[in-house]
Design a protein around this ligand. Structure first.
Ligand code: APR
Length: 236
């Protein structure tokens, strides 16, 4: 197992039991908001105050959120597994890092960072954002936006992610519905190569469930710790 590589894709389901909502479950975020209004560049251009308020509320929920047993299990996997472990998360919270994972790529950005739309300067920011804010680097007012990837924008770290997917021996998908590309296409990319094992751990079968060798259904705080224990003891 020493030279083996594990890539773990996570989605909102891994943070659900930490009290952070998902998007497409029955009471998910997209049942309350039109994503075109709050998660697209066009929505921000149309009504920046509305979008700032939307993220200000989510940021305040996120600041006090704590990692759950699934985050801690993945942190333990990274520290105890003799090979490489990379978490590629669609989540914009910091719960993987708080759960002990160090090797984390936030492909959809991070809620506790803000970026100047003018000069692209990025800052750590836990407070509210508003149009009066000036960029500390270029001084432009009204240009600070959440450092998150909106629909129609390119996710971050895609070259690193593609490389990791091409080399991995095990691909896990945890807590994601498999609705949003490019993340939803990762399992097909890994299967096409034909040498890696693929496992989905989710509350219910995702859109891409049939593409996985194995599927472990249940709440992340139950199925992820037990899967990690078994993997560390017996491999896959
Ligand atoms: N344990 C495990 N899985 C869970 C749990 C739980 N406690 N609760 C929900 N799930 C599963 C749901 O069954 C669903 O398959 O998590 C998944 C959540 O799916 P979505 O709400 O679609 O979230 P996600 O897949 O992360 O969305 C991807 O879409 O809107 C964009 O940018 C947003 O990153 C997000 C992307």
């Amino acid at each position: 197992m020493k030279d083996k590589r594990i890539v773990i894709l996570t989605g909102a389901g891994v943070s659900a039991e930490s009290g952070l909502g998902t998007f497409r479950d029955k009471d998910g975020l997209w049942t309350k908001y039109d994503l075109n209004d709050v998660a697209t560049p066009e929505g921000f251009a149309r009504n920046p105050e509305f979008v700032h308020n939307f993220y200000n509320q989510r940021r305040q929920n996120l600041v006090d959120a704590t990692p759950n047993a699934a985050h801690h299990a993945l942190g333990r996997l990274e520290s105890e597994f003799p090979g490489d472990v990379l978490v590629v998360t669609q989540n914009i919270d910091r719960l993987h890092e708080m759960g002990g994972s160090k090797n984390v790529l936030h492909m959809h950005g991070e809620m506790l960072k803000s970026r100047c739309d003018f000069c692209q300067h990025v800052i750590h920011w836990e407070g509210d954002l508003n149009l009066a804010m000036r960029c500390e680097q270029c001084g432009t007012a009204g240009a600070m936006r959440p450092h998150v990837v909106w629909f129609g924008e390119m996710p971050f770290y895609m070259d690193d992610i593609q490389h990791a997917l091409d080399l991995c021996d095990l691909f896990l998908s945890i807590g994601t519905s498999g609705n949003v590309y490019p993340a939803a296409g990762f399992v097909a990319q890994v299967r096409h190569r034909g040498t890696a094992h693929t496992v989905e751990l989710n509350l219910e079968p995702s859109e891409g469930s049939a593409l996985f060798h194995d599927s472990v259904l249940g709440p992340a705080t139950e199925v992820v710790p037990s899967y990690v224990d078994d993997l560390l003891a017996n491999g896959w």
